[in-house]
Each structure stands twice: as structure tokens, then as C-alpha cells.
Write a protein that binds this ligand. Sequence first.
Ligand SMILES: [Fe+2]
Length: 165
Amino acid sequence: MYDPYSLSLLTDVCNLQVMAQSLYSIHWNLVSPHFLSIHKFTDKQHSLVLELVDELAERVRALGVKIPTTLEDIFKLKSISEVCLFGSDQTDYQCLCALLQSTQMAHGHVTESIELANQCNDLGTQDILIGIEKTLAKQIWMIKSQSIQLESPVQQPRSEIRHES
Ligand SMILES: [Fe+2]
């Protein structure tokens, strides 16, 4: 149905759409003492991912390939797992770990597409994919930095512990 290169690009488009939904699932459904900071973070990342997917989808259209838009088709072509808090109570740490894994998988797939674009001498698409790779790498760093903090909560310094006398 699709040649391997087109299929790889469509998988990137679908992965980014799944990422956008995962970010909204956390943005809307998370219950946590760190809700506000994660709520703001996921909102910003969601906007960034939508910009990325729009740019890539329009490039793929320019190459003559149609874009899957139904949830059913997106789920057939995606290669990453979805983060879903609907019907499950995950901690902020579990959410960020799942988001990290999903983002790393999307990043890995984009890296493969960059190589394919190079082999096809499709420099325009390669340029867009490199931009996506850089943004996802930055997201991975930001998610890691937040999740490490949640895994090891800062202990109250002993000097600040009050003793009743
Ligand atoms: Fe919002």
C-alpha cells in the first residue's frame, strides 16, 4: 500500500498525534501536589507537538501522500504507546515515566526516518525531521528533569526540623 519511506513518515505523523493526546490526558486528568506545574508543562508541550505534526503532515501532503486522521487509522500506524489516565489513577511520577518512554520511542522513530530521508535524498523532509528530533530531545530532557525530582523528593534539612522543648 505505502512504500517504506512514506510509511515511516506516516508513522511519525501518527506518533505525534498520539503524543498530543497523551499530553492532554495528563494535562486534564492528573491529580497531584505538583498538578499546576505539570498542567502548565503539558499545555506548552501539547502546543509544540501540534506545530510539529502540522508541519510534517503538510510536507507529506506535498509529497503526494494522504494523512490518516481517524483514531482507528492513527492507531494502526503509530509505533508508540499511549499515556492514558482515563480510568486509571497514576501518580505524577508514573505519568512522567510513561510519557518519557513514549517520547523516547517517538524520538527513536524520527531518527530512523531522518536516515531514510537521507537515503532518498529528500532534504526538505529531512530538515523538518531534524527540527522534530531536536524538539523531542529537549522534551525528553525536560521530562527526565521533572521525574527525577519526583522520584527523590527533597528531604527537609535537619536544621529546619523543630523540636518541642
Ligand atoms: Fe488547558
